[in-house]
Every structure is written in structure tokens, then in C-alpha cells.
Ligand binder design. Structure first.
Ligand SMILES: C[S@@+](CC[C@H](N)C(=O)[O-])C[C@H]1O[C@@H](n2cnc3c(N)ncnc32)[C@H](O)[C@@H]1O
Length: 209
């Protein structure tokens, strides 16, 4: 009996948790994809609660120009795209592996977000120098040991008040010690670590000079 009660309360907490994640999202094309993206190549996507966290951050701060490193099949980008659609902004996402990027493009089109999301197929280290201007939101979700190089390359390109965010800062902290150390010691960044899921997301806001 005790086991059944425990199981029921677990099911209730899981289902009420997932209801909160999608609360207030009324886009009928994107919502089913955020709830259950039918990826062809499997995994690697951020959990829905992490997507919701980034969505809320972009809208709360009114960010208008985003950049994502590591598109995969585009699940996280759908969350970002939906947020930038609300703020009137756009997001560039970069994926090195063509097959994943092509799947992502199909997903963006199906979601009706291909006008908000600019998908690039390239090594981000080569693509970034070809992109002009500043960003106010960046999401790192590529190979973890590369985060430090992306941080050095991109921090000078974020406007004051903008954010550089990164995924897996708890679950894969061992693979990015140099990055986490740099975040915490950079006087120009105010960093907080959020445990929205077991993966962990860092949010580093660029201070005004
Ligand atoms: C964890 S997956 C991204 C998952 C995606 N953000 C999501 O949540 O839906 C990481 C992706 O980064 C890509 N990647 C790794 N290094 C890259 C680089 N230098 N430039 C562009 N993409 C890269 C990989 O091919 C892989 O598809």
C-alpha cells in the first residue's frame, strides 16, 4: 500500500511538473514539438525544464539577438526561437554535423519558426568570425572542453546586460573546469548556476563598464 501511495504521488508530481513547464505556451505548431520532439537521430537534447528556463530568461530580459552553439536536431533552438519570436528578435544556431542540422531545419520549418531561426552548418569556430555585430544572448551546448575557447571568443561580443549561458555545468563540470573557473573570476561577468535539471545551466550577465 505504501509503495502504491509513493508511486501515485511520484506520478502526480511528475505530471504537475510537466504541466508547469508548458504553462502559457499556446503556439499549436510548436507546443507538441516541445512536448515530444520526434527526433530521427536520438538524444542529446536539453530537458524541457531547461528549455523553459532559457525561454523565460530571454523574454524577461527582452533579448533580441541570440546565438546558439550546438543545434543538434534543434530541440533547444525551438525554445529559443519561440522566445525570440515573442521579443521580436532572431537567433542564429550553429551545428557542425550536417545530418543533424538538416533535421533541425526541417523541425524549424514544421514549427513555423524558420523566419526567426537562422541555421548555419559549420564548425562554430569558423562560422562565428563571419557573423557581424553584437549579441545579447548566447547559449553554449557543444563539446564541453571547447566552452573556454567560446567564452574567450564571444564575451567581447556581448552587449552590457546581455548573457552568456551554458548547459551541463553541473553534470559535466569535470570537462569544463577551466571554463567554470574563468566565469567565476571574470570581474566583467556576474555568474549564477541554476539547477533547473540535473545538468545545470550557468547564466553570466555582462556588467556595464
Ligand atoms: C548536446 S548537442 C546539442 C543539443 C541541442 N542544443 C539541444 O538541446 O537540442 C551538441 C551538438 O554540438 C555540436 N557541435 C560540437 N562541436 C561543435 C562546433 N565546434 N561547432 C558547431 N557544432 C558543434 C555537435 O555536433 C552536437 O550536435
Amino acid at each position: 500500500m505504501k509503495k502504491i501511495i509513493l508511486l501515485l504521488s511520484l506520478i502526480c508530481s511528475l505530471s504537475s511538473g510537466s504541466a508547469d513547464i508548458f504553462e502559457g505556451l499556446d503556439n499549436p505548431r510548436v507546443l507538441p514539438m516541445l512536448q515530444d520532439l520526434p527526433y530521427e537521430r536520438g538524444g542529446m537534447n536539453i530537458p524541457a525544464q531547461d528549455g523553459r528556463f532559457l525561454y523565460d530568461l530571454i523574454i524577461e530580459k527582452g533579448y533580441r539577438r541570440g546565438l546558439e552553439i550546438g543545434t543538434s536536431n534543434g530541440y533547444s533552438t525551438l525554445w529559443l526561437g519561440l522566445a525570440f519570436q515573442k521579443t521580436g528578435g532572431t537567433v542564429i544556431t550553429i551545428e557542425i554535423e550536417p545530418q543533424r542540422a538538416r533535421e533541425a531545419r526541417r523541425n524549424f520549418k514544421k514549427a513555423g519558426l524558420d523566419g526567426v531561426i537562422d541555421s548555419r552548418i559549420n564548425d562554430a569556430f569558423k562560422e562565428i568570425p563571419t557573423i557581424k555585430g553584437e549579441f545579447d544572448f548566447i547559449f553554449l551546448d557543444a563539446w564541453k572542453p571547447d566552452y573556454i575557447r567560446f567564452l574567450k571568443m564571444l564575451t567581447p561580443r556581448i552587449r552590457p546586460g546581455g548573457a552568456i549561458t551554458a548547459h551541463n555545468v553541473i553534470s559535466q563540470s569535470q570537462s569544463m573546469k577551466d571554463f567554470l573557473d574563468a566565469l567565476h573570476h571574470d570581474p566583467d561577468l556576474k555568474t549564477t548556476i541554476h539547477k533547473t535539471s540535473a545538468a545545470g545551466i550557468s547564466v553570466s550577465i555582462v556588467r556595464s563598464k
